[in-house]
Ligand binder design. Structure first.
Ligand SMILES: [Zn+2]
Length: 163
């Protein structure tokens, strides 16, 4: 119940943080085609095509290729750019920033810190406190609702007297 299970993907885990190093042909076998195109071929989904673009549930976003935790819903914001946007990754090691000079532009590519899947790009026009906008392809995100964590919090606090 705690983890998202993926059939045919032996490296997928929400808890294992060891680096994943698969050959391209192995990735091709374990990933759905749309995820493979973005994760490994650095594709970009059409803007406004992701169900996570305007999506405000509380929870955690994971890498759809390997299950690595990437972003928390409270760092997600409406950027209006057409892709799910966050101002801060879940931890310093959850993502990798790489200079990207493709398509005649100088940008910073964002990759998964565990499996190096292409996630999107980071820009300097985000909101405080970081001023960053992580513009991420929704296809490469798995979302898990924070209901278990919330339930636990409510149970712990329900008997406390209100002062
Ligand atoms: Zn990953």
């Amino acid at each position: 119940m705690d983890t998202i299970n993926k059939k045919n993907n032996p490296v997928y885990s929400n808890t294992d943080t060891s680096k994943v190093n698969l050959k391209e042909e192995e990735w091709k076998k374990v990933l759905p085609e749309d995820v493979y195109n973005i994760a490994r071929l650095k594709g970009t989904e059409r803007p406004w095509s992701s169900k996570y673009e305007s999506f405000n549930e509380k929870g955690t976003y994971y890498c759809a290729a390997c299950g690595n935790a990437l972003f928390k819903s409270d760092t997600k914001f409406e950027s209006g750019c057409g892709w799910p946007s966050f101002y801060e990754p879940i931890s310093k090691t959850s993502i990798i920033n790489t200079p990207d000079h493709s398509h005649g532009m100088t940008r910073t590519e964002v990759q998964c810190g565990r499996c190096k899947a292409h996630l999107g790009h980071v820009f300097n026009d985000g909101p405080p406190p970081t001023g960053l906008r992580y513009c991420i392809n929704g296809v490469i995100l798995d979302f898990e609702k924070a209901k278990d964590a919330e339930k636990k919090y409510n149970e712990e606090n329900k008997d406390k007297p209100v002062k």
